[in-house]
Design a protein around this ligand. Structure first.
Ligand SMILES: O=C(O)[C@H](O)[C@@H](O)[C@@H](O)C(=O)NO
Ligand SMILES: [Mg+2]
Length: 382
């Protein structure tokens, strides 16, 4: 079996999600955005697919790096193909990123599952077929009745508990919100949520990513009083030493790194530097399902949980194949958006959640996404 092609379909779809100048999502009027579907094809007609931001699988990257590594190779040689792509990164002048490696790795897993007729979480070795979800709330805003005040967060948290969530994570206000960031307002929003949902719901905070050590310490101490489960990305994750200092000075578990580079290698450094109490990984953060599994196994060897960043089928799969992952991050959520409405390019939700807050794994072969190929082919953009 040999890989004969790597192709990309760019298509338009409608969303109410808008990115602000810092890249954080907020609700807004419906608008058209582009997405890509990458496909790896083989000589026996098998295919593997993965959705991607368009720029991550742009022609330069696919032609100059991906095709050179993949074409003619056995698609089941995922580990060797991932290692070869990773080695090209150094000479790529930062053009070949972990995000592209993630898309290729996921498409290869999808191809293997589709070829063998089994879901990827079973191919890897499943630990469970449903995963508790926490509701991951969007960053705050200045929208009337949106997420503009601590009370707005409290009201929305009540709605999420009624929907079935047993855990809720806040992202509070960040620039370009005019008065943000503000530690005291962060704590007020967290206090309003704790007051609204009571003591039994697990609460977490993912804060402004660039607080100073002393600001992060003040924030962490406030969360300790509210019984929060973890504090996340309150400082720039490029400074491991800052997190070692924070973890030494706080009782609340420090979780990370999410956005710091370095794949599973850097996450090993975070553990040995005592920079986190709970490790973090994510399919798109570390270069795919394959390195994410390595990260989770690394954490397990240190008796540490490893929480997964982000929603979607690949991240859901890795939450289901390891005992030391507690949650699936379902979001991002906002009072003005109906997350369960899904997307035009999927026939069904990739992460359906029952009334008890459990997300159920798909039993479809591959990544398990119910792709609407007709919609994609009818909405191609060149
Ligand atoms: O920075 C953001 O936009 C959000 O925090 C986003 O990355 C969210 O997915 C996250 O960090 N979850 O943990
Ligand atoms: Mg985060």
């Amino acid at each position: 079996m040999k890989i004969t092609d790597v192709s990309v379909r760019r298509f338009g779809h409608t969303t109410h999600r808008h990115a602000d100048s810092a890249g954080h999502a907020h609700p807004g009027p419906a608008h058209k955005v582009e997405l890509a579907l990458l496909t790896i094809a083989t000589d026996d007609g098998s295919e593997g697919h993965c959705f991607s931001p368009v720029e991550i699988v742009r022609p330069h990257v696919i032609d100059k790096f991906v095709k050179k590594v993949l074409l003619g190779q056995d698609p089941f040689d995922r580990e060797r193909l991932w290692q070869d792509l990773a080695h090209w990164q150094r000479g790529s002048a930062a053009q070949l990123t972990d995000r592209t490696l993630a898309i290729i790795d996921c498409a290869l897993w999808d191809l293997a599952g589709r070829k063998l007729g089994i879901p990827v979480h079973k191919l890897i070795g499943s630990y469970r077929d449903k995963v508790p979800a926490y509701g991951s709330i969007m960053c705050g805003d200045e929208l009337e009745g949106g997420l503009a005040t601590p009370e707005d967060y409290g009201r929305f948290a009540e709605t999420l508990v009624k929907r079935g969530y047993k855990g809720i994570k806040l992202h509070t206000w960040m620039p370009p919100v005019s008065w943000a960031p503000d530690v005291k307002m962060d704590i007020k929003a967290c206090a309003a949520v704790r007051e609204a949902v009571g003591p039994d719901i697990h609460l977490m905070l993912d804060a402004f990513h660039w607080y100073s050590r002393t600001e992060a310490l003040e924030l962490g101490r406030g969360l300790e009083k509210l019984g929060f489960a973890w504090i996340e990305e309150a400082m720039d994750e490029q400074s491991t030493a800052s997190y070692t200092w924070l973890a030494e000075n706080l009782d609340i578990p420090v979780l990370g790194p999410e956005s710091a580079g370095g794949k599973h290698y850097n996450r090993a450094e975070w553990i040995t530097s005592k920079a986190c109490d709970i490790l973090r990984t994510g399919v798109h953060d570390v270069g795919g399902i394959s390195p994410a599994l390595k990260t989770m196994h690394l954490a397990e060897s240190f008796g540490m949980n490893c929480e997964v960043h982000g929603n979607g089928a690949p991240n859901l799969i890795i939450t289901a194949v390891s005992k030391n992952v507690r949650w699936y991050e379902r979001g991002l959520l906002h009072p003005f958006l109906e997350y369960d409405d899904g997307f035009e390019y999927l026939n069904t939700l990739a992460d359906p959640m029952d009334e008890n807050g459990f997300v159920h794994l798909s039993d479809k072969p591959g990544l398990g996404e119910d792709i609407n190929f007709d919609f994609i082919n009818d909405n191609l953009v060149d």
